[in-house]
Structure formats: structure tokens, C-alpha cells
Ligand binder design. Structure first.
Ligand code: NDP
Ligand code: MG
Length: 387
């Protein structure tokens, strides 16, 4: 292939995850438009090696140091550089050749690499919503200062963003983030008390990583998305509404000041928003399956049950409180989500503990990066004690 053509060179953080693998599918289908410069994983060296041999990046990072030696030996033969450790993620995103950083790692781990990429003036395709939940204020002001676009990958935010093309100067009255409702839509607290991990891991419409699948079942995911939307689109909490739409065909809606509403729709397939963020401002042809109205004679809507699914209410509280409140909520949720996956707590205890941590954690109204780091550490410690 012609190395001099203007292909977008991508650093894909979290290439072995659900979003990462789908991003590689998009690149496989568009070898004339995109090229992989960097691949990273936490500890899945087997898949990372396979991906590296196929996509021939310049550099790979395996965060888990115990996997470094054998991987680097193998990739050295191919002329591919290998690094390990968390700090390497911050270094590789700054490489001169990189045109776009796709952040598809999970949780708080995305924060520092994203900051490093923005400081190096790299456009960001952002899947890692937790980064904006933890430190949305800091990330968005840094992106503004550096004139770096934050291109949403999350399907709801991609929908809003697509509705806003051509409208960026028009005021938004409000937005509606759609929610599938997850596997427990309509369930009572009584019924939820005894749900199992296996039930929670069965999402009706999307196949995703384990953490976000549990977050979808508890509606924490929608809560994190409300906070993500605040920062991406500069909205107040009263302008962000949610609506349960079990078919997941309408991906979200913008309502303008004249009352007009624009929605973006299509079959649920993350490859579309991934490709849109990667190719923006262009749309590129795809062979993704097309929507057929006759397969969906009814699109339905319901109110989200914030009383039973308390995590969504907690996210709104965190938005009202501002400062480090959302950072504490996110940290607590990373601990409780993982504890539920390890059968250490029950389903409803996830939100109960999240709530207690939010009440007890260190709070700073106008936080610096150091405050966010301290709040994250402290909230994790409190949540772990409460397990
Ligand atoms: P996965 O769990 O499937 O993948 C996570 C990726 O990040 C893997 O490559 C993993 O490596 C790596 N990783 C995990 N922990 C760390 C760490 N501490 N440091 C560095 N790398 C790490 O997650 P998803 O792909 O489902 O989600 C990624 C992000 O995208 C999340 O923020 C999620 O909320 C968001 N998102 C996901 C959607 C989806 O459909 N999956 C939809 C919308 C948003 P390894 O494989 O080695 O563990
Ligand atoms: Mg989403």
C-alpha cells in the first residue's frame, strides 16, 4: 500500500476490548482511509500479538509488565516497538505520526492518556466516557485551549453530535438520551434483590465489555452518559433528559428552541458511531445492515425508573453538586461494579454503596487534577471498606 497517501493514523487505546475490536473491523474495511500506528491492551497479550501481526503498528503497549518480555521479543522480530506500564500510554499518544487517538479503554485508566493526547494536540475519538465523568471540566477546558476536538463514540452522544452538524450555532433547548432499559426494565426492587451476575450480563440489544454491561443493567451507564453529555455539549442538568426506548433504534434526540426535534436512528451497531468519529467530518460508505421499518412496526417509549434504579438519580445529584462529586461516584461504581462481577455484593448494593461513598468522599468545588486523583483514590478506599 502507498505509504505516502493521506491515511489517518490511529492510536487505538484498548484494542483488545469490545470497542477496540470493532474499531479494527472498521479499519479492516477501510484500509485506504485508516492505518494503525499504536495498539494497546491491559493484559491480553495473545490477542494484542495477533492484532499487531495483522495491522503492523509502529508501537504497542501492554500495561501488564509480566507480559512484556515474551511479547516484545516476538514483536521486535517484526520491527514493532513494545512498551509496558501505565505511563507508556501517556507517551505513545504523543507520537508525531499519530493523527487521531481513539480512547477505548475502560474506566479511570483513560484519564491521564487522554490529557497527554490533548496536550499534544491530538484529536480524540472518545469512547471512554469515564474520563469525562471523572474530570469533564478539566478535560473540556484543556481541549478548548488546545483546540482539540472531542469526537463522541458513545452511540447516544454520536447521535446528538450528528444532529448538531449544521446547527452548532443554534441553541439547544434540551436533549433526550435514549436508554434500552437493560435486562431488568420494569423490574421491582424486590425482584432485583436476588438477580445474578449471569442475568445482568445478558443485555437485550448490545454486546459490550463486562463493566459497561453491568452499568447498563443498573442504569449507571445512563447516569454516566448524562454527565458525559453535559461536558460534550455544554448543557445544564435540567437540559438533559432520558427516555427508555427498548428497541434501541432512535439513538438520541436534540430539541431546539423553536421546538423542533432532530433524532438519529438506525440499527444498534457500535461500528457506525466508531466509524463516524474516525472519519469525521466525512461520512464513508459502509455495508452495515440497513434498518427495515417493517421489522419494527412499533417504536415505544417509557419513563426511566430512577427510584428503583438509584444510580441514575445519583448521577443527576453529582451534576448538581459539581466539583469532585461525579469523580467520587465513578470511583465508587468501578469498585462496586467489579465486586458484583466477583459475587462479593448483591445487585442493589451497587447503588447503595455508591450513594454512601458520594456522601462520605472528599469534596472540592473547583478541583485541580491532583484533587481529582485524590478524590478517586479516597472514594475507592471508602467503597472497598463498605463492601
Ligand atoms: P472492554 O472491557 O471490552 O475493553 C477494555 C479495553 O481496555 C481492553 O483493551 C482492556 O485490555 C483495556 N483495559 C482495561 N483496563 C485497563 C487499564 N487499567 N489500563 C489500560 N487498559 C485497560 O470495554 P469496552 O470496549 O466495552 O468499553 C470501552 C469504553 O467504551 C468504556 O469506557 C465504555 O463505557 C465505552 N463504551 C463501550 C461501548 C460498547 O459497546 N462496548 C458502547 C459505548 C461506550 P485487556 O483486554 O488486556 O483487559
Ligand atoms: Mg451509550
Amino acid at each position: 500500500m502507498d505509504k505516502t497517501s493521506k491515511k489517518k493514523k490511529i492510536a487505538l487505546l484498548g484494542s483488545t476490548g469490545s470497542i477496540g475490536k470493532q474499531a479494527l473491523d472498521v479499519i479492516r474495511q477501510n484500509p485506504d482511509k485508516f492505518e494503525i500506528e499504536v495498539l494497546t491492551a491491559y493484559s491480553n497479550d495473545v490477542l494484542l500479538l495477533k492484532q499487531a501481526l495483522e495491522f503492523k503498528p509502529n508501537t504497542v503497549v501492554i500495561v501488564d509488565e509480566t507480559k512484556y518480555e515474551s511479547l516484545s521479543e516476538r514483536l521486535w522480530k517484526e520491527g514493532i516497538k513494545t512498551y509496558c506500564g501505565e505511563k507508556s500510554l501517556e507517551d505513545v499518544v504523543q507520537m508525531e505520526e499519530v493523527d487521531l487517538v481513539l480512547t477505548a479503554l475502560v474506566g479511570y485508566s483513560g484519564l491521564k492518556p487522554t490529557i497527554a493526547a490533548i496536550n499534544a494536540k491530538k484529536p480524540i475519538a472518545l469512547a471512554n466516557k469515564e474520563t469525562l465523568v471523572v474530570a469533564g471540566d478539566l478535560i473540556t477546558s484543556l481541549a478548548n485551549q488546545n483546540q482539540v476536538p472531542l469526537l463522541p463514540v458513545d452511540s447516544e452522544h454520536s447521535a446528538i453530535f450528528q444532529c448538531l452538524v449544521g446547527e452548532f450555532h443554534n441553541k439547544i433547548e434540551k436533549i433526550y438520551l435514549t436508554a434500552s432499559g437493560g435486562p431488568f426494565r420494569g423490574w421491582t426492587a424486590e425482584k432485583l434483590a436476588s438477580v445474578t451476575k449471569a442475568q445482568a450480563l445478558k443485555h437485550p440489544n448490545w454486546e459490550m465489555g463486562a463493566k459497561i454491561t453491568i452499568d447498563s443493567a443498573t442504569l449507571m451507564n445512563k447516569g454516566l452518559e448524562v454527565i458525559e453529555a453535559k461536558w460534550l455539549f455544554d448543557l445544564q442538568s435540567h437540559q438533559i433528559d432520558t427516555v427508555v426506548h427498548p428497541q434501541s433504534i432512535i439513538h438520541s434526540i436534540v430539541q431546539f428552541e423553536d421546538g423542533s426535534m432532530k433524532a438519529q436512528m438506525g440499527l444498534p451497531d457500535m461500528k457506525l458511531p466508531i466509524q463516524y468519529a474516525m472519519a469525521y467530518p466525512q461520512r464513508i460508505a459502509s455495508s452495515f445492515p440497513r434498518f427495515n421499518f417493517m421489522d419494527y412496526p412499533e417504536l415505544t417509549f417509557e419513563k426511566a425508573d430512577k427510584k428503583t434504579f438509584k444510580n441514575l438519580a445519583l448521577a443527576y445529584q453529582a451534576l448538581e453538586l459539581g466539583g469532585t462529586a461525579a469523580c467520587a461516584l465513578n470511583a465508587a461504581n468501578e469498585i462496586t461494579n467489579a465486586a458484583f462481577l466477583q459475587d462479593k455484593i448483591k445487585f442493589l448494593e451497587i447503588a447503595d454503596i455508591n450513594e454512601k461513598v458520594m456522601q462520605q468522599a472528599y469534596f472540592v468545588k473547583n478541583p485541580s487534577l491532583e484533587d481529582y486523583v485524590n478524590c478517586n483514590d479516597e472514594a475507592r478506599r471508602i467503597a472497598t471498606e463498605l463492601l
